[in-house]
Design a protein around this ligand. Sequence first.
Ligand code: URA
Length: 208
Amino acid sequence: MAKNKKWDEIKSVFEDIKNCEQCRSLPDVGDIPVFPRGNPDAMVMLVGEGPGEQEEKQQKPFVGAAGKLLEENLKGLGFDVERDFYITNVVKYRSYQLLPSGRKKNKPPTVRQINVERNFLEREISIVKPKLIVTLGAKASQWFLGKDFKLTQDHGKFFSWYGITILPTYHPAAVLRAYAISGGEERLHDFKNDLRKIQDVIRPSMAA
Ligand code: URA
């Protein structure tokens, strides 16, 4: 399918997301959905958990500190992020916790929110038809591999989901958090090693 045709189809999914009353009526959920970025013709899809404050502001997934870490590492492997990947999230609306100060703190999406938004990611996958999906973090990995999936045990291994290869790895925000505490070097090392496995399926020169 031509790239523009795919974007048209993805845009129509997004019209449905924007009009999703149920999505916005959930407690502690933002009201601006975050559109995916990258190339809908790419063979590799990156799936995060959900947009944070920066992503909601800039209306693009993975543009905050976690996104920078992810991009740096993918570039280091020779990939062009906008050309070689289609980047999206399990949920498109930001999930937050309202602090007494009135500030909104990013929070992982609830099971309810994930279920309400489930069909949007399913539709994106059926339009993009990726060969490989890299799941970033436990929530995204469990979306594909079930709630009993253990990231610490099985990150960096290949799984199959309806004929698509799934490669689960850590969420880059969790890598940054671990780095700020002790033992972070090991998590970063694992994250880099997991991302390197993308090259077992697809080389940068043939990625899109
Ligand atoms: N974390 C995510 O899971 N997705 C984003 O888009 C940004 C941060």
